[in-house]
Design a protein around this ligand. Sequence first.
Ligand code: NDP
Length: 402
Amino acid sequence: MDVSTAVAIHLSRKPFKTIPSLFKRLPLVLSQQKWLMKQLSRRTFLQNLGIGAGVAALSSFNNKEGQPNNDKKLNIALCGLGRYAGYLAEGLQESKYCKLAGIVTGTPSKAVVWKKQYNIPDGNIYNYQNFDELVHNKNIDLVYVVLPNAMHKEYAIRAAKAGKHVIVEKPMAVTVSDCEEMIAACKKAGVQMAIGYRLHYEPYNMEMKRLGQQKVFGQVRLIEASLGYGGSQPGEWRLKKALSGGGPLMNLGVYCIQAHRYILGEEPIAVTAQFAKVTKPELFTEVEEAITWQMEFPCGAVCNSTSTYNCSIDRLFASADEGKFELSPAISYGPFKGHTSKGELNFPVINQQATQCDEIAKVLLAGEELPSHISGEEGLKDVKVLQAIYEAARTGKKVAIV
Ligand code: NDP
């Protein structure tokens, strides 16, 4: 029996939960629960979390009677122990519904340190060569791929083939066809995949989404979303096209595209773009140093963005018919600051990594389908836009997004 058949046999259908039980289960802490209840209508709330879609449950998350095992945590293995994996590991220490249960690393010295620091059993420590042995490990439920962008595809597919759910960091992959292969592999294996869109669980950003989509200040006419930082170092994988797929657009631009999409609630139809002049030719031999682009949406809003490796910017700004709303910092790890025409925004500061992982874990532990706003299809949409922006910058022409 192959892995996908074995996993499929373990899947069982569960009835939809009642609305009251969902509300009890969703937010992490009371302050967030109150905030969400206040800010979102019940309908929007359920739509945002993708509830109502078809659901399937892994039997390991149920007890012998087939009921959900309330003590069960989602066991996560982090794959690639770099800088962001460190943030995730700290977040997982705070999480309620998941556990840092395993690691995948190509650096033996990191395995020693992480094993001690996070109490990881030897049996849950892997490298890139023996990764596929995960298929035999019932103590890992999900692999979180935190590798350089061009490696996402291989490890997401290998995780799926090992019967594990997957979270893949942004950008989902470096080409549209890679994304499509990842989606197909997860479907074939009967596992679920999420993209690490942490801002979808972050109150300030979700307020920007609500203000835009619910037209609280009327129709949005203009959005500026930009992210950048300086200080790139020679030899970084982010400067090597084969590993990164591109420069700041791949790394940071994806957040800006997301912001335009979730503020407007629409999909872009065309882009124009310009590469900035390279000011550090010794560093930027393979990828752009900075890029500016414009997106067209059906509503006609003017949407501008820059992503750059040569200066610092972290800002979301939206102007609508009857007011404006903005965040700065907006996209980094916070704390965020924001205000609207009606005053300051004031939301709880959360651990973004803990919140994101917990919200994903709750859905998987309940045997439900992950919401579409963090799905592989969502990641694929962003990669299509990224590719169109590069084409527009290369050719100097407007590129339609199909
Ligand atoms: P790092 O360079 O800090 O870490 C990447 C890790 O991948 C390395 O430490 C290494 O871990 C492993 N690796 C395996 N092969 C290679 C290779 N050929 N070159 C370099 N590293 C390799 O990167 P980040 O942690 O900053 O980024 C990883 C991913 O996370 C990226 O996709 C990035 O876009 C995303 N990210 C997301 C953020 C978010 O806020 N959502 C923030 C930052 C990054 P080991 O030694 O264990 O093998």
